[in-house]
Write a protein that binds this ligand. Structure first.
Ligand code: COA
Length: 151
Protein backbone atom coordinates (compact mmCIF):
# COMPACT_ATOMS: atom_id res chain seq x y z
CA UNK A 1 0.00 0.00 0.00
CA UNK A 2 1.32 3.46 -0.89
CA UNK A 3 0.11 6.99 -1.72
CA UNK A 4 -1.49 7.22 -5.17
CA UNK A 5 0.33 9.04 -7.98
CA UNK A 6 -0.70 10.34 -11.40
CA UNK A 7 0.65 7.11 -12.90
CA UNK A 8 -2.06 5.16 -11.04
CA UNK A 9 -5.02 7.10 -12.41
CA UNK A 10 -5.72 4.83 -15.40
CA UNK A 11 -5.88 1.78 -13.12
CA UNK A 12 -8.03 3.61 -10.57
CA UNK A 13 -10.44 4.77 -13.29
CA UNK A 14 -10.64 1.22 -14.70
CA UNK A 15 -11.52 -0.25 -11.29
CA UNK A 16 -13.93 2.63 -10.61
CA UNK A 17 -15.85 1.89 -13.85
CA UNK A 18 -15.84 -1.81 -13.10
CA UNK A 19 -17.15 -1.44 -9.55
CA UNK A 20 -19.57 1.52 -9.57
CA UNK A 21 -22.75 2.18 -11.55
CA UNK A 22 -22.15 5.96 -11.24
CA UNK A 23 -18.33 6.12 -11.38
CA UNK A 24 -16.32 9.18 -10.42
CA UNK A 25 -14.20 10.47 -13.29
CA UNK A 26 -10.46 10.15 -13.80
CA UNK A 27 -10.35 13.97 -13.62
CA UNK A 28 -11.96 13.91 -10.19
CA UNK A 29 -9.27 11.54 -8.91
CA UNK A 30 -6.54 13.61 -10.58
CA UNK A 31 -7.76 16.69 -8.70
CA UNK A 32 -7.74 14.75 -5.42
CA UNK A 33 -3.98 14.25 -5.81
CA UNK A 34 -3.64 18.01 -5.24
CA UNK A 35 -6.33 18.42 -2.59
CA UNK A 36 -4.62 19.16 0.75
CA UNK A 37 -7.42 17.56 2.79
CA UNK A 38 -7.45 14.39 0.68
CA UNK A 39 -5.58 11.15 1.44
CA UNK A 40 -5.50 8.82 -1.52
CA UNK A 41 -3.81 5.39 -1.40
CA UNK A 42 -3.52 2.43 -3.72
CA UNK A 43 -2.82 -1.18 -2.91
CA UNK A 44 -0.71 -3.10 -5.39
CA UNK A 45 0.20 -6.70 -6.14
CA UNK A 46 2.71 -8.44 -8.36
CA UNK A 47 1.07 -8.82 -11.78
CA UNK A 48 0.63 -12.34 -13.19
CA UNK A 49 2.75 -13.15 -16.26
CA UNK A 50 1.78 -11.14 -19.31
CA UNK A 51 -0.45 -8.70 -17.43
CA UNK A 52 1.06 -5.23 -17.15
CA UNK A 53 4.19 -4.29 -15.24
CA UNK A 54 5.42 -7.51 -13.59
CA UNK A 55 6.53 -5.53 -10.58
CA UNK A 56 3.27 -3.88 -9.70
CA UNK A 57 -0.42 -3.77 -10.49
CA UNK A 58 -2.99 -1.56 -8.75
CA UNK A 59 -5.75 -3.80 -7.35
CA UNK A 60 -7.58 -1.36 -5.09
CA UNK A 61 -7.70 2.12 -3.62
CA UNK A 62 -8.88 4.19 -0.70
CA UNK A 63 -9.70 7.88 -0.62
CA UNK A 64 -10.60 9.85 2.48
CA UNK A 65 -10.61 13.43 3.71
CA UNK A 66 -9.29 14.71 6.99
CA UNK A 67 -11.45 17.60 8.24
CA UNK A 68 -10.20 18.72 11.64
CA UNK A 69 -10.70 15.83 14.04
CA UNK A 70 -13.01 13.96 11.66
CA UNK A 71 -12.19 11.59 8.79
CA UNK A 72 -14.64 11.19 5.89
CA UNK A 73 -14.23 7.93 4.01
CA UNK A 74 -15.18 8.72 0.41
CA UNK A 75 -14.14 5.63 -1.54
CA UNK A 76 -12.80 2.15 -1.08
CA UNK A 77 -12.73 -0.34 -3.94
CA UNK A 78 -10.97 -3.52 -4.96
CA UNK A 79 -10.91 -4.92 -8.53
CA UNK A 80 -13.30 -7.86 -8.99
CA UNK A 81 -10.55 -10.41 -9.61
CA UNK A 82 -8.83 -9.45 -6.37
CA UNK A 83 -11.77 -9.35 -3.98
CA UNK A 84 -12.18 -11.54 -0.86
CA UNK A 85 -8.40 -11.66 -0.42
CA UNK A 86 -8.11 -9.14 2.41
CA UNK A 87 -7.08 -6.08 0.36
CA UNK A 88 -9.91 -3.89 1.64
CA UNK A 89 -9.09 -5.06 5.15
CA UNK A 90 -5.54 -3.77 4.75
CA UNK A 91 -6.81 -0.45 3.42
CA UNK A 92 -9.27 -0.12 6.31
CA UNK A 93 -6.58 -1.00 8.85
CA UNK A 94 -4.48 1.86 7.51
CA UNK A 95 -7.49 4.19 7.62
CA UNK A 96 -8.27 3.38 11.25
CA UNK A 97 -4.57 3.61 12.20
CA UNK A 98 -4.39 7.07 10.63
CA UNK A 99 -7.43 8.23 12.60
CA UNK A 100 -5.96 6.97 15.87
CA UNK A 101 -2.50 8.32 15.11
CA UNK A 102 -3.91 11.79 14.35
CA UNK A 103 -6.11 11.57 17.48
CA UNK A 104 -9.27 12.11 15.44
CA UNK A 105 -12.59 11.91 17.21
CA UNK A 106 -14.59 10.00 14.61
CA UNK A 107 -14.91 8.77 11.04
CA UNK A 108 -18.05 8.99 8.93
CA UNK A 109 -19.15 7.54 5.59
CA UNK A 110 -22.18 6.97 3.38
CA UNK A 111 -22.91 3.73 1.61
CA UNK A 112 -25.70 2.40 -0.61
CA UNK A 113 -28.19 0.74 1.68
CA UNK A 114 -28.03 -2.47 -0.40
CA UNK A 115 -24.23 -2.73 -0.43
CA UNK A 116 -23.88 -5.65 1.94
CA UNK A 117 -20.22 -6.34 1.14
CA UNK A 118 -19.18 -2.82 2.11
CA UNK A 119 -21.52 -2.65 5.10
CA UNK A 120 -20.08 -5.89 6.51
CA UNK A 121 -16.57 -4.57 5.96
CA UNK A 122 -17.36 -1.33 7.80
CA UNK A 123 -19.10 -3.15 10.64
CA UNK A 124 -16.08 -5.41 11.00
CA UNK A 125 -14.08 -2.28 11.76
CA UNK A 126 -16.56 -1.05 14.36
CA UNK A 127 -18.63 1.36 12.26
CA UNK A 128 -22.24 1.71 13.41
CA UNK A 129 -25.28 2.90 11.46
CA UNK A 130 -26.24 6.40 12.65
CA UNK A 131 -28.72 7.57 10.02
CA UNK A 132 -30.16 7.33 6.55
CA UNK A 133 -30.45 9.77 3.63
CA UNK A 134 -33.47 9.18 1.41
CA UNK A 135 -32.83 8.90 -2.35
CA UNK A 136 -29.25 10.05 -1.92
CA UNK A 137 -27.86 8.00 -4.83
CA UNK A 138 -28.72 7.96 -8.54
CA UNK A 139 -28.16 5.33 -11.26
CA UNK A 140 -29.92 3.56 -9.64
CA UNK A 141 -31.79 5.69 -7.10
CA UNK A 142 -31.24 4.45 -3.56
CA UNK A 143 -31.01 5.56 0.07
CA UNK A 144 -27.65 6.10 1.73
CA UNK A 145 -26.93 4.56 5.07
CA UNK A 146 -24.68 6.77 7.21
CA UNK A 147 -22.09 5.02 9.36
CA UNK A 148 -19.79 6.43 12.03
CA UNK A 149 -16.87 5.15 14.03
CA UNK A 150 -15.54 6.68 17.29
CA UNK A 151 -11.78 6.33 17.49
C1 COA B 1 -16.40 -3.77 -0.38
C2 COA B 1 -15.06 -4.16 -0.99
C3 COA B 1 -14.13 -2.95 -1.01
C4 COA B 1 -14.43 -5.30 -0.14
O1 COA B 1 -13.14 -5.58 -0.68
P1 COA B 1 -12.38 -6.98 -0.41
O2 COA B 1 -10.94 -6.77 -0.67
O3 COA B 1 -13.06 -8.06 -1.16
O4 COA B 1 -12.65 -7.19 1.15
P2 COA B 1 -11.86 -8.16 2.14
O5 COA B 1 -11.41 -9.39 1.42
O6 COA B 1 -10.83 -7.39 2.87
O7 COA B 1 -13.05 -8.57 3.14
C5 COA B 1 -13.22 -7.92 4.40
C6 COA B 1 -14.64 -8.16 4.91
O8 COA B 1 -15.57 -7.47 4.09
C7 COA B 1 -16.80 -8.21 4.04
N1 COA B 1 -17.05 -8.61 2.67
C8 COA B 1 -16.25 -8.40 1.61
N2 COA B 1 -16.86 -8.85 0.47
C9 COA B 1 -18.05 -9.33 0.85
C10 COA B 1 -19.15 -9.93 0.15
N3 COA B 1 -19.11 -10.11 -1.18
N4 COA B 1 -20.24 -10.28 0.85
C11 COA B 1 -20.30 -10.10 2.18
N5 COA B 1 -19.29 -9.57 2.93
C12 COA B 1 -18.19 -9.19 2.25
C13 COA B 1 -16.61 -9.42 4.94
O9 COA B 1 -17.00 -9.07 6.25
C14 COA B 1 -15.09 -9.58 4.88
O10 COA B 1 -14.59 -10.25 6.00
P3 COA B 1 -14.47 -11.87 5.95
O11 COA B 1 -13.67 -12.21 4.75
O12 COA B 1 -13.80 -12.20 7.25
O13 COA B 1 -15.88 -12.39 5.85
C15 COA B 1 -15.26 -4.72 -2.44
O14 COA B 1 -16.32 -5.67 -2.42
C16 COA B 1 -15.56 -3.66 -3.47
O15 COA B 1 -14.65 -3.08 -4.06
N6 COA B 1 -16.86 -3.41 -3.72
C17 COA B 1 -17.25 -2.43 -4.76
C18 COA B 1 -16.91 -1.02 -4.34
C19 COA B 1 -17.72 -0.57 -3.15
O16 COA B 1 -18.90 -0.86 -3.02
N7 COA B 1 -17.07 0.17 -2.23
C20 COA B 1 -17.71 0.68 -1.03
C21 COA B 1 -18.41 1.97 -1.25
S1 COA B 1 -17.27 3.32 -1.59
Amino acid sequence: MRPATAADLDDVARIEHEQFSNPWTREYYAAELHNARSHFFVITCAAPDGLGDPAEMVVGYLLFWRLGDELELHKIAVAAAWQRLGHATRLMEAFVSAGRCWECERAVLEVRASNQAAIRLYEKFGFQAVGRRRDYYHHPGEDAQIFALRF
